[in-house]
Design a protein around this ligand. Structure first.
Ligand code: CDP
Length: 232
């Protein structure tokens, strides 16, 4: 595989994964979703009962076999041979993921996996520290932002929940709490890389965001292989 690296960072529910997935499709690349690795570790730690056990955590982490196999338009994650399913999207996993993501041993492990997966280029990778730490040499760096209310609305709709006022307020509190933890931690905090291009997606459709990024990617040497802007 060849191609550039497109790094897409931003706060929770700013549209990073949808955007990265569609950009990857348009360019014939693979979507590398870094958040899924933190979610996978949190999910397994919760299920197997070591997430809150300070003594066991590092040993269990060391023993985990985590693999990412490139299968365009994405990657298949396996942990000890198991493919984690829909459970990763649950909001309690999001919160737990942001806790485990503050640990140095977890970050080191995830960093190695991501760099190995993106080694040959041709990836659209999304997360919090992709343009700053994981792929600081990425040819294209994007920082997505959106208002807290719009992000809360999108997250509720993603989960099939009617975004009434009360639920919106609650979801905004949850997102702000996670953003604060992600931005204020010492290790690889959520930051816009100095050379990242910021796009405010509050009033843009996913297609508009994807089109803008594809144009920027082409300017940096990528080729479009799929002209149809799909809704997948
Ligand atoms: O989709 P959403 O933005 O809600 O979350 P995610 O990208 O799946 O990430 C879940 C959690 O993993 C985040 O709240 C971060 O704490 C952590 N994360 C990180 O620290 N660094 C990354 N590159 C990606 C995710």
């Amino acid at each position: 595989m060849s191609g550039i690296i497109v790094a897409i960072d931003g706060p929770a529910a700013s549209g990073k994964s949808t955007t990265a997935r569609r950009v990857a499709r348009r360019l014939g690349y693979s979507h590398l979703n870094s958040g899924l690795l933190y979610r996978t570790i949190a999910w397994l730690g919760l299920r197997d009962g070591w997430i809150d056990d300070a003594n066991r955590f590092s040993c269990e982490l060391e023993d985990l076999r985590i693999t990412m196999e490139r299968r365009p338009p994405g990657f298949v994650i396996r942990v000890n041979g198991e493919i984690p399913g829909e459970a990763l999207a649950a909001s309690r996993i999001s919160l737990r993921a942001s806790h485990v993501a503050a640990r140095a041993d977890v970050r080191e492990r995830v960093l190695d996996i991501l760099r190995a997966a993106g080694m040959d280029g041709g990836v659209a990778c999304d997360g919090r520290d992709i343009g700053t730490i994981v792929f600081p040499g990425a040819a294209l760096k994007i920082f997505l932002v959106a208002s807290a209310e719009e992000r809360a609305r999108r997250r509720l709709e993603e989960h099939g929940i009617e975004p009434d006022r009360e639920r919106l307020e609650l979801e905004m509190i949850r997102l702000r709490e996670r953003d604060a933890r992600d931005s204020e931690r010492d290790l690889a905090p959520l930051r816009r890389a100095p050379d990242a291009i910021e796009i405010d997606t509050t009033r843009l459709t996913p297609d508009e965001v994807v089109d803008d990024i594809v144009v920027l990617a082409v300017e940096r040497g990528a080729r479009v292989v799929d002209d149809i802007c799909d809704s997948v």
